[in-house]
Design a protein around this ligand. Structure first.
Ligand code: NZQ
Ligand code: ZN
Length: 387
């Protein structure tokens, strides 16, 4: 096991009706907030009205910025920074999913920086100060509600890039699984794909003796797989929605990274699909991840065989680890397929024409991945396997 520091300070307020507590939570930090949200689902389903009432009851002044799109845009982040500076905003409340939260985090860091906020995403500059951010989560997926990451798309050049900094972890996340009953099926399954990917990025490591986190990863994956079927059968199944919502946080608040080194190449390859083709994050991951698995599994057959046996219940066979490993990959792909996720680039309307460009951008700063280092040609090969 590797040395580690684990600090995941986000306060989680979880369960039925908890969104009414948002005003009193915000009030602990500020009297004046920027309420940041997306394209309108929160108004359509009545959450906006509840949040406004709770903030009003707590005597918090509200300035609004809506319009966050999936694959959140740098241009709106810049608008948010301007508003915060001009209107003395003390706190940013993100009501929505990963895109809204990431946009809020970007604004929170940009407020204290005189240069271009994109510098944080290119590595040109480091975040040293940020406004506090709070969350009312409406979709379990990205795990941004308790993560240190923010992922933003710069349409100038089609770049989707991330920054990671502990200062960006939200102060609190209000999580009512009932708010996710209204998710369309495609958003539910994209979320499931992202949650599973966050666990698998951590699971596929070459670090030895990480038994506890192996078992936590395996159990969380099995819980997501089992409850996914229940949610798809009955989208209003509170307990199944609750299991998946809690898994989204556990998958990405870094508990499952403790003592191990994650891979993250599949996320890097998916970000190129998001940046160029505006593909939904979970949809890109369910295409890229199985292709990555097929390309790298021989690098550590023991780990892939363990994944097959412990997560998918494949029959162990110590004389043929390759067969067992391949069965685990097949079961992963079949599961994605069964719940309606895309598993091929052509399902996303993507052909061969820009594979080289994506591979070039993805490896510009050097090889990606830790389980197996991947260079430009490897990335092209993986995209080709995904065709
Ligand atoms: O915009 P509105 O109208 O609100 O609709 C949203 C949006 O269209 C809709 N939606 C959300 N909650 C709903 C709902 N519709 C009905 N009922 C509800 N309760 O869902 C759509 C997608 O929302 P989005 O926020 O984009 O989804 P998600 O949470 O999957 O976030 C994806 C983004 O997070 C980034 C991804 O790259 C992507 O940009 N990630 C962020 C990470 C982080 N910060 O740690 C890590 C992840 O790996 C990921 O990269
Ligand atoms: Zn992700």
């Amino acid at each position: 096991m590797e040395n580690f520091v684990f600090q995941s300070p986000t306060k989680i307020i979880f369960g039925k009706g908890v969104e009414t507590e948002v005003g009193q939570e915000v009030k602990k930090y500020a009297n004046r907030v920027l309420l940041h949200y997306g394209g309108g689902s929160i108004k359509k389903y009545g959450l906006y009205q509840k949040v406004i009432k709770s903030l009003k009851d707590a005597h918090v002044d509200v300035v609004e910025l809506s319009g966050v799109k999936p694959n959140p845009r740098l241009s709106l982040v810049k608008q948010g920074i301007k508003i915060c500076k001009e209107q003395d905003i003390e706190f940013i409340l993100a009501v929505g999913g990963g895109s809204v939260i990431d946009s809020a985090k970007a604004i929170s860091a940009g407020v204290f920086y005189d240069g271009d906020v994109w510098d944080f995403y290119t590595g040109k500059s480091q975040v040293t100060q940020a406004l506090p951010v709070g969350v009312v989560l409406t979709i379990p997926a990205a795990g941004s509600e308790a993560s240190k990451g923010s992922v933003i798309t710069n349409q100038d050049g089609g770049y989707k890039r991330s920054v990671n900094c502990d200062l960006l972890r939200p102060k609190f996340a209000i999580m009512n699984p009932e708010l996710t009953f209204t998710l369309p099926k495609h958003q539910t399954i994209y979320g499931i794909s992202d949650i599973m990917a966050h666990i698998m990025e951590r699971y596929f490591t070459n670090v030895e003796s990480v038994d506890l986190t192996d078992k936590l990863c395996e159990a969380t994956l099995r819980a997501v797989i089992n409850n996914a079927q229940s949610v798809l059968k009955n989208p209003r199944d509170y307990n199944a929605r609750a299991e998946i919502m809690w898994a989204s946080t556990i998958a990405h608040n870094d508990l499952l990274s403790t003592g191990r080194v994650g891979d993250w190449a599949s996320h890097a390859m998916q970000h190129e699909l998001g940046g160029i083709y505006d593909v939904a994050h979970g949809a890109g991951l369910s295409v890229v991840f199985p292709a990555w698995m097929k390309y790298v599994y021989r690098n550590n057959l023991n780990r892939f065989a363990q994944f097959a046996v412990k997560v998918w219940g494949v029959e162990p066979d110590f004389n043929d680890l390759e067969k067992v490993s391949l069965m685990g990959i097949k079961r992963t792909e079949e599961f994605f397929d069964k719940i309606g996720l895309p598993t091929r680039l052509k399902d996303l309307g993507i052909g061969e024409d820009r594979l080289e460009e994506m591979a070039e951008k993805c490896t510009q700063a050097g090889p990606i991945g830790n389980f197996k280092k991947l260079y430009k040609q490897d990335v092209i090969n993986i995209y080709k396997l995904a065709l």
